[in-house]
Write a protein that binds this ligand. Sequence first.
Ligand code: FES
Length: 104
Amino acid sequence: MPIVEFDGKSIDCEIGENLRQVLVDHNLALHNGSSKIFNCRGLGTCGTCSVKINGKVSKMTTVEKTRLSFPPHCISRGLRLACQIKVLGNLKVEKGAGFWGQEI
Ligand code: FES
């Protein structure tokens, strides 16, 4: 059973669970500021669920790659979209500052 570490907390989840859903279900602050309200609810289009990942997760989806390829994101920054990620092992997850969490 993978353990997700985020914001000083450790959460157990199942392999294959969606990372955004795991964090939201545990009332963890995945979205910054008003993006808590103004986000795409996991469609992969708004980019506000971006995080830095250390650990094993699913490959980048086409939707995710597309969203991370235009500002304020930049694909070379190495961030991922929590809503597009399946947890495949223990993870350390960091959230950056800014509306999209892009400042990391
Ligand atoms: S919630 Fe909008 S891209 Fe993930």
